[in-house]
Design a protein around this ligand. Sequence first.
Ligand SMILES: Nc1ncnc2c1ncn2[C@@H]1O[C@H](COP(=O)(O)OP(=O)(O)OP(=O)(O)O)[C@@H](O)[C@H]1O
Ligand SMILES: [Mg+2]
Length: 227
Amino acid sequence: MTKILNVHNLEKSYSSGSKQLTVLHDITFDVEEKETFAIVGPSGSGKTTLLGLCAGLDRPDTGSIELCGTELSSLSEDERAVLRNQKVGFVFQDFQLLPTLTALENVAVPLELQGAKDASEAAKVLLEKVGLGGRFDHYPSQLSGGEQQRVAVARAFSNRPSILFADEPTGNLDAETGERIIELLFNLNREAGTTLVIVTHDLDLAKMTQRILRLKGGKIMETNEQQ
Ligand SMILES: Nc1ncnc2c1ncn2[C@@H]1O[C@H](COP(=O)(O)OP(=O)(O)OP(=O)(O)O)[C@@H](O)[C@H]1O
Ligand SMILES: [Mg+2]
């Protein structure tokens, strides 16, 4: 089996004022190509921090991360951005939509960056899939929290990523809309072979994945294979 993500002895601290706070201790795990993988744990246990490191959005203090066959520490910031653009999708816990762009533009921009000619058409199809066919021209401030989350999911799909990191992708959604998003994520896995790494508080969602990693206080408690 090929590993798409290989994390070894990761440590990460944040300094606030004169205090140093270690938020991830000795994290080692890997994810196989096409696998579906969940990360669960209490608030503050380091899930978002870990996801950001794995996706190359931030750098660890020590340890190594190999993503899509490339050791991230060997890349410059620009090279990491190129890798992310080509291979990685990311749904942020706080969405991080660009406020001056419409829903359609937010989804189309990653496609345009890749040189796609039909970026706008493809973005429309994605927004329709997440049930936002009627919101193309809305700005993020004109959308509800759940609608912004769905734009963020559509944007994360837009570059047809090899691996998709999703931080609480259903956190702001009602049960029905949440199920629709979950179905989209797992369809992407089945149809395009996209690896899914999902941070969630929703144990039903976690149970749908092949393996669950449990974090507590920045440490791995266990990694469970699902039946
Ligand atoms: N930029 C930062 N500077 C200082 N401390 C930070 C920073 N980002 C996160 N932390 C701290 O790191 C710890 C882990 O944060 P993280 O966001 O990874 O947790 P989480 O598991 O995603 O929590 P939640 O479930 O609430 O989203 C927290 O104690 C947080 O206060
Ligand atoms: Mg978080």
